[in-house]
Design a protein around this ligand. Structure first.
Ligand code: FES
Length: 362
């Protein structure tokens, strides 16, 4: 039910300042105020950021651009930053970080979401989240920024690393940045190139922009750039400033070959799953323990063998009392072999085995 429009709640939000003051001193419960605000407008809260889905658009075979309108608690956000997105699935709270590809007026933002193998959250967002739905977001973070005074900029992106760079590029061109800009985007296949039409239109409108794609899976014979990034790909660009975003290995290679001004943002790509029985590293982050384990036995069994005492009940994946957060790496569901590799994803230790090195919040 929506009693007032989101735009009204944004205008009225400053009037809630006395309630924020009282909630900060625990003289009233924020959750109770939030319940009333959410009854009036589903995306209204005292301090938390909620947003309404205003549009969905497939921008590549495996990537969806989601247009959202945030409540007034999203303040000072910039394109190129990233936000945590939260969604309750099957009674559990899932979260994942996405880059802001656009930050507009009146709380309007755009995120681009790529399908992840076994990713419950991304697949739910891609396949089931409808226009009009409401989501919770964290506050935006991230230091990437456009080098406004640079005499030339090269943007190097691998996979979904394009998303923060596209946000910065759109904004810089809209503000009249006139020095040469080169964008190189590395994707596995032709159909995984997002925002192609828009980038081509930008090239037509802004002669200082050149965009090229490198296919790392099956490079076409006539592709000028082939395979993964090498130092040779920088030749002829003569950039004065490089921004690189992609998996950690990609940005490390860029840093190896470019010794001028550089900004990088790396994300951990899902590891290739190891065979059952292989040796893996288990990181128990909260207790600051690192042990050697294997990819055959459950994480519950291996945590206990390492001297930890995780909460548990049924040991069969039913009661959920052993649920923990996956912070990095991938796990395999021992019941059906399904892989899960989304950081922030809740996993049940008793039915999950590592599918490579993993870090869990235990
Ligand atoms: S112990 Fe019950 S679900 Fe893991």
């Amino acid at each position: 039910m929506t009693l007032i429009p989101l735009s009204w709640s944004r205008v009225l939000s400053p009037l809630l300042q006395p309630l924020r003051w009282l909630a900060a001193r625990r003289w009233l419960r924020e959750s109770e105020v939030d319940a009333v605000l959410a009854w009036l407008q589903p995306a209204w809260r005292l301090n938390r950021v909620f947003a309404r889905v205003e549009g969905r658009e497939w921008v590549a075979e495996d990537m969806l651009a989601l247009r959202l309108r945030c409540n007034a608690n999203a303040r000072g956000w910039r394109a190129g930053q990233h936000v945590q997105l939260y969604l309750a699935l099957d009674g559990l709270r899932h979260s994942r970080s996405y880059s802001l590809t656009r930050v507009g007026a009146a709380g309007g933002i755009e995120l681009a979401i790529r399908r992840q193998p076994g990713g419950r959250l991304s697949n739910r967002l891609l396949d089931h989240l409808a226009v009009g739905g409401v989501l919770e977001l964290g506050q935006a973070q991230g230091e990437l920024h456009w080098p406004q005074d640079s005499a030339g900029v090269a943007l190097l992106a691998a996979g979904s690393g394009i998303t923060p760079l596209l946000g910065l590029l759109r904004e810089a061109l809209a503000k009249g940045f006139a020095a040469p800009v080169s964008l190189l985007h590395y994707v596995r296949e032709q159909g995984q190139r997002p925002f192609v039409e828009e980038l081509q239109q930008l090239m037509t409108r802004h002669p200082n922009l050149s965009v090229r794609w490198a296919l790392t899976g099956q490079p076409a014979a006539d592709e000028p750039l082939r395979g993964r990034f090498t130092g040779e790909h920088l030749q002829g660009l003569a950039p004065h400033h490089v921004l690189a975003c992609g998996p950690a290995g990609f940005v490390a290679t860029v840093a190896e070959h470019w010794h001028g001004p550089l900004q990088v943002e790396a994300f951990t790509a899902p590891e290739r799953p190891v065979e059952p029985g292989a040796t893996v590293r288990l990181g128990f982050v909260r207790t600051r323990r690192q042990v050697t384990g294997d990819s055959a036995r459950s994480l519950l069994e291996q945590a206990e063998a390492a001297g930890l005492r995780p909460a548990h009940g049924c040991r069969q994946g039913i009661c959920a009392s052993c649920t923990c957060t996956l912070l990095g790496g991938a796990v395999r569901d021992l019941r059906n072999g399904a892989l899960f590799a989304e950081p922030g994803q809740p996993i049940r230790l008793c039915i999950s085995a590592p599918a490579g090195d993993v870090d869990i919040d235990l």
